[in-house]
Design a protein around this ligand. Sequence first.
Ligand code: NCD
Length: 307
Amino acid sequence: MFAGRDVLTITDFSREALERLFEETDVILNALTGGKKLDALNGYVMATAFFEPSTRTKLSFQTAMLRLGGAYVDLPPEEISSRAKGESLADTIRMLDSYADIIVIRHRLEGAAKFAAEIAEHPVINGGDGTRDHPTQTMIDLYTIKRAHGSIDGLTVGVLGDLKYGRAARSFILGLSIFKPEKIYLISPPQLSCRPEVLRFLEERGICYEEASTVTKVLPELDVLYVTRIQRERFPDPVEYEKVRGSYVVNELLLKNAKANLTVLHPLPRVDELTYSLDQTSHAWYFKQAYFGVPVRMALLKLILKG
Ligand code: NCD
């Protein structure tokens, strides 16, 4: 299911494969919390090639590798690597492929991870490319829901925010469709609504969904609220960003009609769409979600490299 494979988009994975990943994650998490030292990837090297900003994805992949006894090499920022001399992406990937056993790439262009996977002989993991895919974030999101609610099936899930440019949101919506949620509410300012191809995909999979422009009305129905930031850096025109900036905020007032066990998730970083005062409430699962990034990525690396 995982041995030697690339991780490019979440819909390449079956429910069975994701359940296997979650099972392995549980085992690893137990070992981590029990203080056990793991060494399954002793002698393996991972290369991280991040051409866009990252805190969680890059550091949790690197932590994951170290916690499994492996090592990593990291492509330096543009100004101090050979990219400054005009080296192509293809040549950069070819080099990393010859040094490491696995490559994790993040890039501003859609399809960059697939391009890298065509060049590299070793497995390539997409750490987020452009506005489309972020499969390992979705694995973490789905795992977090499973920890919080026991199952993804039968839940009503709201996805709030930039559904047009946000790859974490898009990938999450597609990932939900691998399971059987009761209903998905796609909540966004009209300018940032979900792309038609994603809606078509949900229809083909027989997933019940509804688009909404505000969260207030649907909130009492939700088991999970997945909040995302407006992806300012993706807007072709800054004037368009100014029009939607600050158009939604999740705070305690909004959650006063929420189910007692509503889980609020966010891939992070947050800007102004999720108030800090929520962090103290039982709804706040987003830091736990970020923490699960390490065991989920450990499980993934182990399953790919060791089968
Ligand atoms: C996301 C990303 O880079 O797509 N961050 C992450 O990986 N946790 C979300 C975002 O930047 O808004």
